[in-house]
Write a protein that binds this ligand. Structure first.
Ligand code: 8X3
Length: 250
């Protein structure tokens, strides 16, 4: 019987690429997201509802998350891998210019949504001796201007992942924090409120990471022998590195 992976945020970017990579290796998938049409198209692509099951809900909504998981058919009830990919960045400005509602949306999605679905699925994952992969970011380690709340949510994701490992000691469950840098996906369009100009400015000539690079990494993590746990992986495109400290002079 093929293994089952639940991928959150499967309707775009990293999530879609991860779904395609796992489907290629014969995994059965549960695809979550907010856009039913995109989920349905993926289900079709992967061979119909025996291979992939769509769950359309907003991960910020606990009741909707519970109801969606409870609606899973029996054939999809044993989840071997939870890929917590759903998340977003909103805004690039400094703290004194930020919109508080955007911050709350990031916290509700990247932090509250992630811990909620993890808590709801953890007993099943333990029973399967399964795997949890959480999408963090290089922003979890390296402060950058305009990162503020987004970076904070991703630092949470990394530390939550390491904490899960400690708590799940002895269960056989594996947990990995994936920490990508500059990556080309819908992420930036969302972050900049749909600005193609900002997208082109960020990615032009950068040869950024592609969703397929992240999907390949996560599939590698999942395919390692059961006794191997990758705690965290920080990944940048070759074109990205660090800058010096900034000093404000009078
Ligand atoms: C975002 C990473 O490099 O775009 O998670 O700031 S970067």
């Amino acid at each position: 019987m093929s293994k089952i992976a639940l991928i959150t945020g499967a309707s775009a970017g990293f999530g879609t690429a991860i779904a395609r990579r796992f489907a290629k290796e014969g995994w059965t998938l549960i695809l979550t997201g907010r856009r039913q049409d995109r989920l349905d198209a993926l289900v079709e692509e992967f061979g119909g509802r025996e291979k992939a099951f769509p769950l359309c809900f907003d991960i910020r909504d606990e009741a909707a998350t519970r109801a969606a998981l409870e609606s899973l058919p029996p054939a999809f009830s044993t989840i071997d891998a939870l890929i917590n990919n759903a998340g977003l960045a909103l805004g690039t400005g400094p703290i004194q210019e930020c919109d508080l509602d955007q911050w709350k949306t990031m916290i509700d999605t990247n932090v509250t949504g992630l811990v909620t679905i993890t808590r709801l699925l953890i007993d099943g994952i333990i029973a399967q001796g399964g795997l949890i992969v959480n999408l963090s970011s290089i922003a979890a380690h390296w402060p950058n201007r305009g990162g503020n709340t987004y970076a904070g949510t991703k630092a949470f994701v990394r530390q939550f992942s390491l904490g899960l490992r400690s708590d799940l000691h002895g269960t056989g469950v594996r947990v990995t924090s994936i920490e990508p840098g500059l990556s080309e996906s819908e992420f930036t369009i969302v972050r900049t409120g749909g600005s193609q100009e900002a997208y082109d400015k960020l990615y032009g000539g950068a040869d950024a990471l592609q969703p397929e690079d992240i999907a390949e990494t996560i599939h590698w993590v999942a395919s390692l022998p059961a006794h191997v746990n990758i705690n965290s992986i920080e990944i940048m495109p070759v074109s990205q590195s660090w800058a010096p400290y900034q000093v404000h002079r009078k």
